[in-house]
Ligand binder design. Structure first.
Ligand code: NDP
Ligand code: A1CAB
Length: 263
């Protein structure tokens, strides 16, 4: 996810003052990024001080490690952060309160929940202020995420729920694509033809939704000729009670976010 956000910051027309420092553990990954215009990459495998060196002097620090690693990472960097630095989390479930507990009072914390379409500049990112962050800091971080898509500001109490919708959402969409592709192959299309039919249909349907400004319900009705073929297919799909199924799936994701918050 960190790399996806980095790709937005490196897009043409985006100016990042003072450059970007990136860290990860593996030296090979860091070497791959190092030298990209405006980016200096360090690996903790090469230099155990890499994270501390990277955050020292930084105005904004984006924390994009796995949720379980967050507390140790914060302890590692806490006293290397500049006063007034903004620490931005993308970690699922980990609360502002956990961040604030592990960081000095002079540091402001903002929580986010982006999604992977950031790579193509089409992320939807949820953003929540911390107790120490100002409106100006929130606006600055908002502008960072706007380099990779759109931003929705919500109270932190809603961020885990948002994660179950838009954070995980791309995975739900790909699962549907995989299932329809399998049906196409079963009907005799080659894997290549099935991918062209299904991927093209999802991309086209999403584009039509965005460009027409019509509701998904109206667009579905336009496809569903009375007494036609789609009507029969939808009757089968609706036997599964999709709203109930998605309700249970997102409840499960929410429960997991709460487990991650507990550490
Ligand atoms: N994947 C997604 O769609 C989304 C993920 N998130 C959040 O993003 C975070 C990362 O998830 P994801 O990108 O999927 O996970 P990845 O495992 O792909 O990325 C984690 C990154 O953290 C690096 N890393 C691990 N430990 C350290 C360390 N001690 N110091 C520096 N770098 C370290 C890893 O480097 P290396 O590989 O070299 O070990 C790796 O580059 C999670 O908190 C997740 O909740 C949020 C929204 C969406
Ligand atoms: O699966 C996860 O935990 C992360 C958070 C949202 C999307 N991916």
């Amino acid at each position: 996810m960190g790399r996806a956000i980095l790709s937005g910051l490196l897009a043409p027309g985006v100016e990042v003052q003072g450059g970007i420092r990136v860290t990860n553990r593996s030296a090979a990954k860091a070497a791959d990024l190092d030298g990209t215009a405006g980016v200096t990459a360090f690996a903790t495998d090469d230099d155990p001080e890499a994270n501390r060196k990277a955050v020292s002097g930084a105005a904004i620090v984006l924390v994009a490690v796995k949720p379980a690693m967050v507390p140790d990472l914060l302890d590692e960097i806490a006293d290397a952060l500049d006063d007034g630095a903004i620490v931005v989390s993308v970690a699922a479930g980990v609360t502002v309160s956990t961040f604030e507990k592990h960081l000095p009072a002079s540091v402001s914390v903002i929580r986010s929940m982006p999604n992977t379409p950031a790579v193509v500049g089409r992320a939807v990112t949820g953003l929540s202020a911390g107790t120490r962050s100002s409106a100006e800091e929130l606006a600055l971080v908002r502008s960072l995420f706007e380099t990779v898509g759109t931003v929705v500001e919500v109270p932190e109490s809603q961020l885990d729920a948002l994660s179950t919708i838009s954070g995980s959402g791309p995975a739900y969409v790909y699962l549907l694509i995989e299932a329809l592709t399998e049906a196409a192959v079963q009907k005799g299309f080659t894997a290549e033809q099935a991918a062209e039919l299904v991927n093209g249909t999802f991309a086209g349907a999403a584009e039509l939704l965005v460009r027409s400004g019509e509701t998904p319900t109206d667009l579905r009705i336009q496809v569903t000729s009375p007494k036609g073929t789609t009507e029969r297919a939808l009757a089968v799909l609706q036997e599964a009670d999709l709203p109930e199924l998605f309700g249970r799936a997102t409840d499960a994701a929410l429960a997991r976010a709460r487990e991650l918050a507990a550490g």
